[in-house]
Design a protein around this ligand. Structure first.
Ligand code: NAG
Ligand code: NAG
Ligand code: NAG
Ligand code: NAG
Length: 323
């Protein structure tokens, strides 16, 4: 009996350590931030202040034209960047690069050239409907503590998502500290469609609304095309619930990523680089987990641990009753 308890305990600790301390990034899981959260250090840790710390939003990228920041975006896999279509709508910006793995745009950072840019085929510049785009990189991102893909959402219910944040480089140069182009963050709250319709009667389909939380300063700019990321329950994973599409005076209108999961899967598959969340998208790695499956895996892990505990308790009960 003692042996069983010990083996259960070791397997529990072992799985926690394995999940918390994945050192190699060859098969990094989406939405986990080793510098900020681990199984041993749970809780949604976000540093204080407005400036983002290195590794705090490791999925956030700067999309640049002639080395000037034009929009935010997110790493969703080693080869795919998710952003908004309106960033490229008027004309295709020349000399596009995707800058990853940093928070301070004044220092040289890792740059990736796009291989192709995919705007949603039904993006409407007038109504801003279907404001979503993908960038296929010509070289894969090698993941590290500063470069981690974000998970895509597995549900759209706004009450599930908590601890939501947006971030941006936009207009930071106009702030008190000139020449310090450091990513800024703001806590935001998703609001219901009904509530949003009261303010914006012509709200289009497949969007969500969010507002910057009290005390965060309404003038805080977030990156157009950048993500709204949230977490839920007591998991450590972060999910991209929306893409910043439009800024209204008190609201941010977001493209609901959940509504476009099928589009993302189709478009990435057509290009021969199907969207897979783990590692390099070339099929070389044995452990592929897609984002939705990844979230389910967390649940499965919890269920499995619960099952082990129950079996142990039953076993102990029987031993005590028998003796
Ligand atoms: C950003 O980088 C520039 C150039 O190296 C530096 O002067 C500035 O202090 C940095 N800002 C922060 C907040 O680290
Ligand atoms: C784009 O949106 C505008 C305004 O809602 C609408 O009048 C127009 O028909 C739309 N265009 C297309 C091609 O759907
Ligand atoms: C940035 O600031 C300039 C001038 O201060 C303003 O015209 C522009 O609209 C701002 N950009 C955004 C995205 O708010
Ligand atoms: C994705 O492709 C499938 C098969 O071609 C098609 O049935 C489906 O409508 C497509 N979904 C989207 C969102 O484009």
């Amino acid at each position: 009996m003692l042996l069983l308890v010990i083996s259960c305990l070791t397997s529990l600790i072992g799985s926690a350590a394995a999940a918390g301390g994945r050192a190699g990034y060859s098969h990094v899981e989406c939405g986990l931030r080793p510098s900020f959260e681990s199984f041993l250090e749970t809780g949604k840790r976000i540093g204080t202040g407005r400036s983002v710390q290195l590794g705090e939003f490791p999925w956030h990228v700067s999309i640049q034209s002639h080395r000037k920041h034009i929009c935010g975006g997110t790493i969703i896999s080693a080869l795919w960047i998710l952003t908004a279509a309106h960033c490229f709508a008027k004309e295709l910006p020349p000399d596009l690069t995707v800058v990853v793995g940093g928070i301070n745009l004044s220092v040289p950072l890792e740059e990736h050239k796009p291989d192709s840019l995919i705007l949603h085929e039904n993006f409407n510049t007038t109504s801003m409907a279907n404001d979503i785009a993908l960038i296929l990189l010509s070289s894969p991102i090698e993941f590290s503590k500063e470069k981690i893909p974000i998970c895509l959402p597995f549900m759209c219910d706004i009450h599930t998502w908590q601890h939501c944040w947006a971030a941006g480089w936009e207009n930071t140069s106009a702030d008190a500290v000139p020449a310090s182009h450091v990513l800024q963050k703001a806590r935001v709250k998703l609001i219901s469609r009904e509530q949003c319709l009261k303010q914006i009667p012509q709200l289009r389909e497949n969007v969500m609304c969010a507002e910057v939380e009290e005390g965060e300063g309404s003038k805080c700019q977030v990156d157009s095309g950048g993500p709204l990321v949230c977490s839920y329950w007591n998991t450590m994973k972060w999910f991209q619930v929306g893409i910043i599409s439009e800024e209204k005076p008190n609201h941010k209108i977001l493209t609901s990523v959940y509504s476009y999961l099928g589009w993302i899967e189709n478009e990435t598959a057509i290009r021969g680089k199907p969207f897979l969340i783990e590692g390099v998208d070339n099929g070389a790695h044995p452990r592929f987990i897609r984002s939705r499956a990844g979230a389910q895996l967390v649940f499965l892990e919890h269920c499995f641990l619960l099952f082990i505990s129950l079996v142990t308790i039953r076993f102990l009960e029987r031993r005590f009753l028998n003796t």
